[in-house]
Design a protein around this ligand. Sequence first.
Ligand code: ACM
Ligand code: ZN
Length: 713
Amino acid sequence: MKKLSFALFAALILAACTKQQLPVANYDIIPQPKEVQLNDGKLFELNSKTVIYYEASLQREAQFLCEYVNDILGFALNQQEYQGQPNGIVLKLSPADFDQAEAYEINVTPKQITVKGADAAGVFYGIQTLRKSLPFEQFRTDTQVSPYKCQLPCGTIRDFPNFAYRGMHLDPCRHFIDLDSVKIYLDMMAMHNMNQFHFHLSEDQGWRIEIKKYPELTEIGAYRNGTVIGHNGNLYDTIRHGGFYTQDELRDLIQYAAERHINIIPEIDLPGHMQAALACYPNMGCTGGPYEVWRRWGVSDDVLCAGNEEAMQFAENVLNEVIDLFPSPYIHIGGDECPKVRWEKCPKCQAKIKELGIKKDEKYSAEDYLQSYVMNRMAKVVEARGRRVIGWDEILEGNVSETAIIMSWRGIEGGIEAAQKGHDVIMTPLSHLYFDYYQSEDIANEPACIGGYLPVERVYEFQPLPEELTPEQQKHIIGVQANIWTEYIAHFWHVQYMALPRMEALTEIQWNNPQERDFESFVERCHKMRQFYDLYHYTYADHIFNPKAWADTVETNLATRKPISLRQQPAEKYTYEGAKLLNDGNLGRGAYNSGRWLGFCGYPLDAVIDLEQPAEMQHVRFHALINKGAWIYNPSSVKVLVSDDGETFRQVAQKDIPISTWHDKEGIFAYELDFEPITARFVEVVVSGYDLPEDHSGFGNPAWIFVDEIEVW
Ligand code: ACM
Ligand code: ZN
């Protein structure tokens, strides 16, 4: 009897376990759905007999769901037009049930899953949520786990986006990006419920879109005959670089994006960033050229001549062709970084200023207002075609028309000013959303990029609605976007690496309310997204997945937190807490402007540390940062001196350090001097810098040194 009951018990347990061993979906995903209500314990079984029932207009959505399930679970679901049978996933439109676009609701019962949307986009986002909730466990080799089934907890999910505009930008101009890669980028956006792809199609370094009226733009303007090496040194490679998209290819891309509910916003950046176009049509520049498709990075002084009617008509014609091609409700006309030095000297531009009766005032120059004339003229072309213009925040400098949407990139200040003036605004500040910046402080172990420091934590902190704005003004903030510029990103794997996982933080900002953020839960949910990166072979940064105990502090040594003075102060901008930063026990980390380095230029760091009593020592070590593009080189020499009274010093060690070349790695380096044991109370460390070498664009100027944490033992 006892035995039998045990056997029965065991059988019951086994049955229960077998049931439970089906992998179960989990709705803790990114972005976190706004409302998840679970009905206790019941489950829907998704298996190879499950059928997707869809309304006719949702056929493509049904296909996506089928593909996603196949990717994760390894079986294809049948699809049928709507009937709503048991063991089905029903996709339907139900606009009357929602009060905003793109909203969706998922209802899971033991018999059926219903995904209903305010529109097809809503259904699509519901499908993304289902997809991201599916369990990956079936890939275990454990034979008890069926590869053909999983379960979804019963309940209701209600969700909608916070911002209507949820963007990612991509620059295929500095380095060309082939269309297959751009499509993968769109797939990445779709997985993150993003709906606006800002495609930056013209630059000084390459024109990327076929314009039928001006074939030279791509015949000549799409290729440069070499590229500067490193961070704008004086060395160039001689590799022809470039490429462009034909209008047919772009039509295909527009369709690909539209299926994923993504709109492509083309950007023609003008009147600056036009050197590639000027290389084709030199008479459209103020000096007449000759110009080359630029081989350097940065901001070119050569811009479209605003006083040349032909140049203005050229820009209008290009925009008209772009508008013919792209159905986007928004057309981006650039407006950033347009130096005025050519216009100031150009007779045509000056004549235009006169003709228009432009006068400078205390805020803006006549040339600033001349740029407003260009932007407003282009805006008219766009608006005449029933579209809206977007411009970078510089276009506020002057009198740009209120209908222009402002992309606030230099900070959030431009966005605040714009919203106060009645413009709609897209927030994309470099402080939080420039994904071309480093995402780790350990830059020596990162693929080299433009600089900066923007870890995923910082992205996640971003608050798109500034408190300075009234609730009414806040309504002008229509969206949030991150940007990927590619000066130092030559390959698509690197684009992905810069995007992931920062896109996880971005989508939470775009989709959810600020008060719904919780970084710990976010990191947990990122782990799930990582399985998708692996599944689709996306390259990604893994810092948040492997929080390395990266030593941040030094062992307490003779110098730690002892009185320290500098014979000459650091540059004002890089002084922070002053000398005591050098022996506070914390290592210099991050970029040169992270606040954890002292910066010196043109004179040595000369620090005297009072050990407070005589001590025996034989080693001195410090760290310095190298970032050649930012004019920061390694030290040229180091001297260590000691003193008993703090007045008379004698040298005990000296070391010369060869200058770093463009081929040498950048990052953070330790420099150590060892010497015969000596006993003294005061130590003086003198670190000298180089002048910039011949192959650097700043040749002849003193290089910077950035130093931290002097250790003595
Ligand atoms: C920009 O980053 N120049 C908009
Ligand atoms: Zn001019």
